[in-house]
Design a protein around this ligand. Structure first.
Ligand SMILES: CC(C)(COP(=O)(O)OP(=O)(O)OC[C@H]1O[C@@H](n2cnc3c(N)ncnc32)[C@H](O)[C@@H]1OP(=O)(O)O)[C@@H](O)C(=O)NCCC(=O)NCCS
Length: 191
């Protein structure tokens, strides 16, 4: 099975042209990186389900993020198929921060630097002067922790880790605690 056939097709309402709502796009190592649109929502929802580790939210949540948080969300595609995504937002009253709500890379594409590249694009393309990147990570998710610590290292930035959501705060039992990773300050010249 080819790499591209192992990834989900990126379907869009207007299949004949570029997806509506594209604000920017860039090519990198055979991949196309661009902002997310609501047309990516269904494929992102499927990819999240396939990871087996990310919380699978409603399809509406992914359409909403692509539609209203396109400025702070990135997708990567290869041969028109979804290879990865980052969905984020700037928290109210924290205009200098982008919070990564979820990030995922198709299994066949992991370990090749795509996660890092999408975080770089997220910070570079987010509107305003982003000085901090935040995300929550569960203690057992080694890949996720490595991704964010590696990103901090590559920017020579501090990575402060603190408790955020304790396990007992989740209404369904068995959810791990979520720790907050706050990375920064990110220097403007590095963006
Ligand atoms: C986490 C995830 C997005 C990383 O994407 P990726 O494209 O494979 O990551 P990269 O190739 O850019 O690697 C980034 C760093 O993480 C390290 N890394 C990647 N996968 C790893 C793993 N399974 N175990 C340990 N380290 C890992 C890389 O070595 C690299 O380290 P470096 O900065 O020191 O070079 C991907 O593994 C994934 O989709 N996992 C399932 C969903 C998930 O857990 N999302 C995060 C929830 S917050």
């Amino acid at each position: 099975m080819s790499v591209s056939s192992m990834m989900r097709p990126a379907r869009h309402p207007d299949a004949s042209g570029p997806p509506s709502g594209v604000l920017w796009s860039e090519a990198c190592d055979g991949l196309s990186l661009r902002n997310a649109t609501f047309g990516d929502g269904a494929d992102i929802w499927r990819l999240v389900g396939e990871t087996g580790v990310l919380d699978l939210n409603s399809p509406y949540a992914y359409l909403m993020m692509g539609n209203w948080f396109a400025d702070t969300s990135v997708v990567a595609a290869a041969d028109g198929r979804l290879a990865g995504f980052v969905m984020g937002f700037s928290p109210p009253r924290q205009a200098d921060t982008v919070f990564v709500w979820q990030v995922g890379v198709a299994a066949a594409m992991r370990g090749r630097g795509l996660g890092r590249r999408m975080l770089d694009a997220l910070v570079r393309r987010s509107p305003g002067a982003i000085r901090y990147l935040e995300a929550t990570v569960t203690p057992s998710n080694e890949a996720s922790e490595a991704l964010f610590r590696g990103f901090a290292r590559s920017r020579a930035a501090r990575c402060a880790v603190s408790d955020l959501f304790p396990s007992h705060a989740f209404p369904t039992g068995g959810h791990e605690a979520e720790r907050l990773f706050r990375i920064g300050p990110l220097l403007p010249r590095q963006q």
